[in-house]
Design a protein around this ligand. Sequence first.
Ligand code: MRU
Length: 369
Amino acid sequence: MKVDGKHFRSIWRERDGWSVGAIDQRRLPHEFIVAKLTSCDDAAVAIRDMLVRGAPLIGATAAYGMALAMREDSSDPGLRRAYATLVVARPTAINLKWALDEMRATLAPIDPVERAEAAYARADEIVEQDVEINRGIAANGLTLIEAIVAKKKPGETVNVLTHCNAGWLATVDWGTATAPIYLAHERGIRIHVWVDETRPRNQGASLTAWELGHHGVPHTVIPDNTGGHLMQHGMVDLAIVGTDRVAANGDVCNKIGTYLKALAAHDNNVPFYVALPSPTIDFAVDDGIRDIPIEQRSGTEVTDMTGRTADGRLETVRIVPEGSPVANYAFDVTPARLVTGLITERGVLKPDRASLAAAFPERTAASAE
Ligand code: MRU
């Protein structure tokens, strides 16, 4: 998508052909800085410290991390070490393991001397595939927005609520939840996005607002607790969020607070959609609430906030009393019964076991092996 008229992706292979460039998302919205990843450890740290984040981008970074690892040591133990280092970088987004499994399936059977080149080629494919998948999500999600337009009075704006950042910054390009929004905007549909700030790391306020603003999509940042009020007053036509893992039964794991938005949407008859690329489905997990691991992050994300001061400096301040314990669960699970539909590259699906399995038979077969 565009940053002030110039097209950007969140991650790319640098001109030298081997190092990897990525936007440092910890510095947005205040500074646009590109980081250079030159080793498997760099990639693992970038994922762990959230220089890159968002399930599909975590997967893409891990794929390039494997390629960087193969330059360092392409032996069988080197391959095993790289996989083990990267797979534990963050626990909840299944795209990480999916990408590493794809890389390993390509690399394990071939001669170690060929592995580095093959790894870059496969990582590039994973990256391009992400963009293609998101184009599919855009087209399928657009039909939902167009159906709302058809019901509205001429000239009225479609209001979408989203949580966290499931935008192009969280993927390679387009985003998942934002893909239909960008396409609708491109088609001239009047669209406005309510952006949940998404405490504690504020991915909505810092990242979604930044990318929508730089692409020219009308939006308003709201405190996390505002969504229910807006829904009660008819100010939200539909909610679209992303996800880090969808269980085989259609339960959806996403950034903490998503579940509360789904409850409010249910109570107010607001359609609640989840946009996802198929690598986010985990057919090995039967019940999302019981079995998806929920990352717990540092308490400093809750106690501290960073922002720009009036004189232009970045400063971190404490907002919680010294000594008060805090809890920082990074994700929650929304039960399938609260989800109106899953927007995938193969259509808008019912959030249930049969629909997921029918749409992605090759994935169910693979997970049974
Ligand atoms: O902790 P984060 O910022 O990686 O969490 C991101 C989300 O929760 C996104 O909604 C999810 O990864 C989907 S991104 C297309």
